[in-house]
Write a protein that binds this ligand. Structure first.
Ligand SMILES: [Mn+2]
Length: 274
């Protein structure tokens, strides 16, 4: 700090980074959550200034308004960027399920009669999301990263170690998964969706977190994908804070909105931004 001039010192502001996940079409719960953390106003506009928000995927399925949730996040992305803030998003398996239904529809996915369309429907797919999906929105989704690193926190949708099948570095994983999502190789899409069936890896395998963070970076992992209530066996509607485990190095932010939870957020330790 000693090397900053007075002017520079005045320009130092503390900025916050918040993480939420697994919106699953519950637009109103998402609004309420973001209003509670003072990131948006009652008119849905960004009030977070230079703060950052990350949304860890699974915008779609179960709740009625997946597309509207994506629209809100994209709107906030532009508004935040204009004032020095940031809104980032990751791809989740339900987003991939929708994209697969959109791209491959009636194509057989399993060999046992199922199609990409029925797989998505059986996973809580909401017809209006598919009917109103545009190539532009599909393109935005297909370009989302699978992993991100911010402030020494690794962000991933899923609590799975299958990410290793797509690469040993974050850049490789993001490039490989993005390549699948831009391809017509429906076998690769199928494998990706199968892989996302993994849950609870960091509860199950003692060394998994160490290996994961060593490979992709970060001192801690923030993820969604597995509703906290399913791990703690609490009623979903009582979940209002993240589930922190593995000695504080793993943070689950899936508040289980689709199970009736109000959702929850995690605030990363603050950092100076100049
Ligand atoms: Mn998921």
């Amino acid at each position: 700090m000693g090397t900053f001039s007075n002017e520079e010192r005045l320009a130092v502001v503390m900025t916050e980074t918040y993480v939420i996940s697994d919106i699953h079409g519950y637009l109103n719960s998402t609004r309420t959550l973001l209003q509670d953390i003072d990131l948006i106003g009652s008119d849905d506009t960004w009030t977070g200034g230079q703060a950052s928000l990350w949304v860890l995927g699974d915008f779609f399925d179960h709740g009625p308004a997946g597309l509207e949730a994506v629209q809100l996040v994209r709107q906030l992305q532009a508004q935040a960027a204009a004032v020095g803030g940031k809104v980032g998003a990751l791809i989740g398996n339900h987003d991939i399920l929708l994209l697969a239904a959109y791209r491959f529809g009636q194509k057989s996915s399993t060999g046992s009669g199922g199609t990409f369309l029925t797989d998505w429907q059986e996973s809580g797919g909401v017809e209006s999301d598919l009917a109103n999906l545009t190539p532009e929105i599909a393109g935005w989704l297909a370009n989302l990263p699978a992993l991100a690193l911010t402030r020494q926190a690794l962000l991933a949708h899923a609590d799975g170690i299958f990410y290793f099948r797509y690469g040993k570095t974050m850049t490789t994983v993001n490039r490989t998964i993005r390549r699948v999502l831009h391809s017509n190789d429906y076998n690769a899409w199928n494998c990706l969706l199968d892989d996302f069936g993994e849950h609870r890896a960091f509860l199950q395998y003692k060394t998994a977190l160490e290996v994961f963070l060593d490979s992709y970076g970060g001192h801690r992992l923030v993820h969604g994908h597995t509703p906290i209530s399913k791990i703690t066996n609490q009623p979903p509607e009582t979940i209002d804070s993240p589930f922190i485990y593995a000695g504080g190095r793993c943070i689950n932010v899936d508040g289980g909105m689709y199970l009736g939870g109000s959702g929850c957020f995690y605030r990363l330790p603050d950092e100076e931004k100049r």
